[in-house]
Each structure stands twice: as C-alpha cells, then as structure tokens.
Ligand binder design. Structure first.
Ligand SMILES: *[C@@H]1O[C@H](CO)[C@@H](O)[C@H](O)[C@H]1NC(C)=O
Ligand SMILES: *[C@@H]1O[C@H](CO)[C@@H](O)[C@H](O)[C@H]1NC(C)=O
Ligand SMILES: *[C@@H]1O[C@H](CO)[C@@H](O)[C@H](O)[C@H]1NC(C)=O
Length: 376
C-alpha cells in the first residue's frame, strides 16, 4: 500500500517492518480466497501459473501475489499512478471532494486502473472459451490479475483516495512514539496493532472449514478469523449485499433485450445511458464499481483519518509552506496518533477491519463473476 518502494534496507529492523506492510494486502486477498466459488479457482491458478498445492490446501493462493504490484513500481513506472486517486480540490481534513469541479489530479488512477485490468481479464475469458489462447494472452492476464488483487486492497485504504501531501506520505506523525507518516499509520501501524491485540481465542481454528482451508499459517491468521467470525459472519452479515451492489445503469423498457444475451454487450450498451458528467462513467458497471465504492470511503478522510489537529493552530503554520511537505515546526512535537482519540476510535468502530472485509468480499465477487461457472 506504499506510494514508493523502500530504497534503503537497514538490516532486520526494516525488513521485518516491510513484512507488516504486506499484511493489509494479503489479508484482503485471503478474505477473497475464503469467498471464491470453487469453480473459479482452476482458471485463476492457471493464470497465476501456480498449480502445485500442498495436500489439503487450495490449488493456489491469491495472497501470494497480493504485493507484487508494489514490487514492480520502479520497473513499471506507468503503473505507479494506478495505486491511488486524488481530486484537485480535495483537501482533508476541511474539504472532502471526490472529485470537485476540477476533476482528478491525474487521468490515470486506481479507478480506471481497476476497470482496465478487469476488462482485460474479461477479454481473456472470452478468448479462452473460443479456445485460442497464446503465450502473450497468458502473460497479459497474469499481470492484470495480480494488479486487480492489489488494487482492491489499495482502494480500501482511505488515504489512497486523497492526493493531499501524497496521501499523507509527506505528513510526519508519531505512532506509539515511533516516527512515521500519516499514510503509513494506515498502511501499517493500525493493522499491526490490531493483529497484536487480537483476542487469544482466535489462535485456535474456527469451526468453519472454509475459513481454515484458506489460511496459510501466517501471524495474521488469527486476525482474519476475528474479522470473519465477528464481522462477515455476524455483525456485517446483512450489509454484505449492499457492499456488493453497484447502481446498475437504468435500462429502459424499450431496450433491445434480444440483443443483450451476452453480459459484455449489456455492459457496453448500458454505458451509453450514463450521462457524460457522471464521474462513474467508464469505470463502474453492475459488478465492479470502484468509483461508487471509493466515494463512500473517501469522506472518512475528513471525518477522522486526516486528524483535524494538523490543520489547527499552532501546528497549521508549520505546514506546507513552499515544499508541500508537512514538517512540524522545530518547537512542536509531531502529533501522536496511538491515542484513544485516534487509534482508539478507529479500533472501536472496527474501521480497518471493515475496510479489509469490504476489499476481500468485493474482490471475491469480481473474480467469481469473471471466472466461476454457474454464478451471477
Ligand atoms: C510458468 O511457470 C514455469 C515455471 O516457473 C515457467 O517455466 C513458465 O514459463 C511459466 N509460464 C508462463 C506462461 O509464464
Ligand atoms: C492496462 O493493464 C495492462 C495490464 O497490466 C497494462 O499493460 C496497460 O498498460 C494498462 N493500461 C492502462 C491504460 O492502464
Ligand atoms: C515503536 O513501536 C513498537 C511497536 O509498535 C514499540 O515496541 C516501541 O516501543 C515503539 N517505540 C517507541 C520509541 O515508542
């Protein structure tokens, strides 16, 4: 979930910290894996070119490629802007616009990146049904699938949806006394703390075999068990249909239904009906609607993710003069965020867990709709 890969390795301290960064993406991917339709997995694994399972385990695992997209950011420079989106007029904590009158900062962003790779995978499936797959198709689908798995994670990190100070990467703060930045608090520290404080009972397997089957023996297995048991199977159970629903473009009664036998043609046809000034145009369809999903998550930045204290006197004066970076003035301590008022409220409202769960079930739904037989 980082904006830029780490360039300097300072021994074990830093490399173990890197491992934590990966947890968010791998948790989203594992929650998706738990919700995959069994008939979707063979195609997914053949695209991932990974079909040598351990006995009693799934054929392959989405989590094993969940952070690939971060590792190729330097090599594939064109992909760097696809990890986030920022609106020109957006300025949390005071102003949250998604987007405002001036639109997005960059034309290429996570919303159309997700659409691009999903369409590529849809084309691949069509070609495969026609039986004419060549090596280049396999390679393109492989890359597209790894990006899709990653982008679903990034879309559910609220600071990936604002461009202010590079999504908070340039905002220095403290977490439990450790110097870090606001972006990383969400990428890493909140997830790390939640994993550390998972109740010990989740060290033991759940009765639900679908969950255990998809776990990989990682340090965050217990956190996934908690998210599934308390959230997905319990308190959010009735919200999940809403999480998955995308506002379908209305199709008029006179529509030429006879021509709409294939899903793909319905989608492209329905796009005409979306007004040109609708920001969801070109990215959202009936199954995958990154704009609609992100628009609901984005207000969290003004509500609480971007601490209001950073924009208040006396800190405010230290901020963003010329460089656009928020360095605290030397006579002020950086703002501590591992406090009841910040990290405590986020934990109480289960916001990180909810974002990871939404990312996971939405990813599973998109993959099922692309690859599973007899669903949708
Ligand atoms: C699949 O993986 C094998 C072994 O790692 C490799 O030799 C082969 O080139 C890969 N195929 C594709 C299409 O990437
Ligand atoms: C779409 O995704 C493919 C596969 O990753 C990539 O090669 C291509 O550059 C992407 N195009 C855009 C416009 O993002
Ligand atoms: C940094 O955080 C770690 C764990 O997150 C904690 O053990 C350590 O005490 C913190 N460092 C400081 C200086 O507070």
């Amino acid at each position: 979930m980082r904006f830029l890969p780490h360039l300097i390795f300072l021994g074990t301290l830093v490399s173990s910290a890197l491992a934590w960064d990966e947890a968010g993406h791998e948790i989203v991917a594992t929650i998706a894996q738990i919700h995959l339709h069994p008939s979707a997995l063979p195609t997914i694994c053949s695209i991932l070119n990974d079909t040598s399972p351990s006995p009693g385990k799934p054929l392959c695992h989405l989590a094993s490629v969940a952070t690939w997209a971060d590792s190729v950011r330097l090599e594939k420079r064109w992909s760097a802007p696809l990890h986030f989106v920022g609106a020109v007029d957006d300025h949390p904590s005071k102003t949250c616009l998604f987007p405002g009158k001036q639109g997005w900062e960059q034309n290429r962003n996570i919303l159309n990146g997700m659409r691009n790779v999903t369409n590529l995978l849809g084309d691949f499936v069509k070609k495969q049904r026609g039986g004419i797959i060549v090596r280049e198709d396999m390679e393109l689908a492989n890359e597209a699938l790894k990006f899709l798995i990653h982008f679903l994670g990034d879309l559910h990190q609220p600071l990936h949806l604002t461009g202010r100070n590079r999504g908070g990467n340039d905002v220095k703060v403290l977490f439990n006394g450790n110097q870090t930045n606001l972006h990383k608090v969400w990428d890493k520290f909140l997830v790390e703390k939640a994993i550390r404080t998972t109740p010990p009972k989740y060290n033991y397997p759940l009765a639900d075999k679908r969950v255990e089957y998809s776990l990989r023996g990682t340090y965050y297995d217990r956190y996934i068990r908690q998210i599934v048991a308390e959230g997905i199977l319990d308190s959010w159970k009735h919200e999940i249909p809403d999480w998955l629903s995308c506002p379908r473009p209305k199709i008029s009664k006179d529509a030429p239904l006879a021509q709409m036998t294939e899903r793909q043609s319905i989608l492209s046809w329905a796009q005409w009906l979306v007004p040109d000034n609708d920001p969801s145009k070109g990215t959202d369809d009936a199954v995958l609607c990154p704009y609609t999903w992100a628009k609901k998550i984005h207000p969290l930045n003004c509500e609480l993710a971007w601490p209001k204290e950073l924009d208040q006197e006396p800190r405010q004066r230290s901020v963003e003069i010329e460089t656009g970076r928020m360095f605290p003035r030397s006579d002020f301590e950086e703002l501590e965020l591992d406090t009841p008022k910040y990290a405590g409220v986020i934990a109480e409202r289960k916001l990180v867990e909810m974002m990871l769960a939404q990312g996971g079930v939405r990813l599973a739904n998109a993959l099922n709709s692309l690859f599973a037989e007899d669903v949708v």
